[in-house]
Design a protein around this ligand. Sequence first.
Ligand code: COA
Length: 216
Amino acid sequence: MDFKIERLNMDHQDKVVELVTSTYTKSEVFRAGTTMSVSSDLFTELDTARAKAKLEQGLSVGIFHEKNGLVAVTLNVIRLKSNNSSYQETSAVYEDTHWTNCTVRIVEQLRSIMETKLDPQKAFLMSMTSVHPDFRRIGLSKQLALKCEELATEEGCDYIISMVSSAYNLQGLLKLGYSIAGQIDLRTYYDDVAGTKPYSACAAPDYYFTLCYKAL
Ligand SMILES: CC(C)(COP(=O)(O)OP(=O)(O)OC[C@H]1O[C@@H](n2cnc3c(N)ncnc32)[C@H](O)[C@@H]1OP(=O)(O)O)[C@@H](O)C(=O)NCCC(=O)NCCS
C-alpha cells in the first residue's frame, strides 16, 4: 500500500503549509482576483494562520505517500451554531492576515446562505483541500472527503459542508452525493464596498463560488 490516510496534528503544520501554499497558486480565483499584489511571503503567512486555526481542532486529515510524504490534505473545523445564530468562525484569522476584504465579504455572503438554508446545530466544514499535482486524478480528494464524512458522523454533526472555488473540487463532491445550497457567479459578482467586480477575470472552469453540503 503506497498511501496512508491519517489525522493531522500541529506537528504537521509546516508540511501542510508547504503543500497548501504550493498548490493554491496565484491562479486560484481568490488569489488571482484581489490579491495579485500580495507577495508569496504573505500567502505563506495567511496559509500558516489558516492552517493553524484548523489543525488546532484536530479534525484535519492528510494522505501520506510512502516515499513522498504528505501529498494531500483537507483542513477541517466544526462550527457550532451559537445563540445569536451566527457561527463561531475563524474570521479573526483573516483580519489578522492579508486576506483581502473582498474575499472576506464574499465568504460572509456564502456563509449567510448557510445560516438561512441549512440551519445546522453542528456543521463539519471541509476546506483547503489540496492534492499535490503529481498525485491528482487518482481519487485522493475523494478518499479525504469520505474520511471527513466518517469523522463528521462520529462527531455527531448535522451536515458536512464545503465552500469551493474549484469546479473540479465541486464536481468531485457532487459525485459523492453533495447538493448545492448556494452559488455566486464570480464573473458578475459585484462588491458594493469596493465598488468593483473583483473576480470578473476568473477563468474557466472556475466561474462559481459554491456552498455545497451533505446531510449526515
Ligand atoms: C481539486 C483537487 C483537490 C482534486 O483532487 P484529486 O485528488 O485530483 O481529485 P480526485 O482524483 O479525487 O477526483 C474526484 C473527482 O473530482 C473531479 N475532478 C478532479 N480533478 C478533475 C479535473 N482535472 N478535471 C475534471 N474533473 C476533475 C472528477 O469528477 C473526479 O472524479 P473522476 O476521477 O471519477 O472523474 C486538486 O485538483 C487540487 O488540489 N487542486 C488545486 C487546489 C484547489 O483548487 N483546491 C480546491 C479549492 S476549493
